[in-house]
Write a protein that binds this ligand. Sequence first.
Ligand code: RIB
Ligand code: CA
Length: 351
Amino acid sequence: MSETAGTHLLVDCDTGIDDSLALLYAVASSECDLVAVTCTAGNVDARQVAENTRAVLELAGRPDVEVAIGRETPLARALVTTPETHGSRGIGYAELPPATKPLSPRYGPDLIVEEARRRPGELTLVTLGPLTNVALAVLREPELPRLLRGLVIMGGSYRSPGNTAPTTEWNVNVDPESAKIVFEAFGPRQVDSRASTAEPTDSTHPTRPTALGLDVTERARMLPEHLAALAARAGCAPDGTRPDGTVNPIVRYLADALRFYMEFHSRYDGFYGAFIHDPLALATALDPTLVRTEPLTVDVELGGRLTTGETVTDWRRVWGRPPNVDVAVEADSTRFMARFIERVGDLAARR
Ligand code: RIB
Ligand code: CA
C-alpha cells in the first residue's frame, strides 16, 4: 500500500476509548476520506458501540459519515466485553450528547462488500475491533481481498505477551473464529498444499493484510503531557477549560475518556498513561511508513485449553506455508504521537 493524496477508508470498530481517538484522528487528517464506519461488538455491546461512534463523529463535526451496525455477537462464541478497560458505556468518564444522526439502514458486512464492489481497488479497510464483520463480509464476497486496496488490522500479538490471556490479544480473543477466516482469506490463494513458499516477487502481496499487534501498539503510549500539549494547541487547559471559562468539547471529551483509560493502565500496566492501539493502526493506514513489516505466516489457535485466540506466528518458517500477513515489527511511535497531537489538537481548536 502507498499513501495517496486521498486515502479512502472504511473503518470497522468497537468504540471504546482508543477507537474514538482513532476516529478523531481520521476526521483530523486532511488526506483521509472517511467513507463509512461499521460497528462490531467488543469493548462494549454493538448497540453502545454504534451510539459511541456516531456521538464521537458528531463531536468531531462529521455527522455526515455513514455509521452501520454489524453482527452483535462473535461468530461462534458468547460475547465478552471489557467495562473495566473502557467503562460501562465504552467512553470512560466522558459524557457525550446522544447521537442525533440515525444509524444506516445497511448491515455492516453488506456495507463493506457493497462499497468495495462499487469502488474496486480504491478502499482501504481498517479494523479496530474483533474481525466479526470482516469475516462475514469475506464469506459473502470471496473476492473482497482483491476488491479492496488494502486491509489494516489492529489485532493479535505476534511475539509479545497478550493483554487478555497470557498469549492472546483482545480483538482476536473476542472472536478467534472470525480472525482465522480473515487471515486465511486475505493471504495468498492457497492453491494446494504444495503452494510455493517462495516469497511473491513484490515486496507486499496484493491482498496480504498489514497487522499491528501489541508488539508495536504498546509503544504508542499517550501520557498526560501529550494531552497537555494537545490541549495547549487547542488553546485550552488539559481539562478543556478555555481562558474565558468556556469548555473545548473535544479536549474535555479526551480528558474524561483518557482519565478512565489511564487509571486502568495504572492498575494493570504499571504506568499512568494509555496504549492508544487503534489510532496507530489508523495512522498507519494513512501512512504505511510509520511501521516496518515482515511477511509472516500466521494462524489462529481455536482449540487451545490455554491459548485459544493466539495468533500463532511462524517466525522460523517451519510450516513451509506462504506468508499471509505483513506483521508490523517496528513503529515510529514518536513521529506518530507528534502527528496525533498536532492533528487532533488543530481539530479541537476548530471546534
Ligand atoms: O487489544 C487492544 C484492542 O482491543 C484495541 O482495539 C482496543 O480498543 C480493544 O478493542
Ligand atoms: Ca478497538
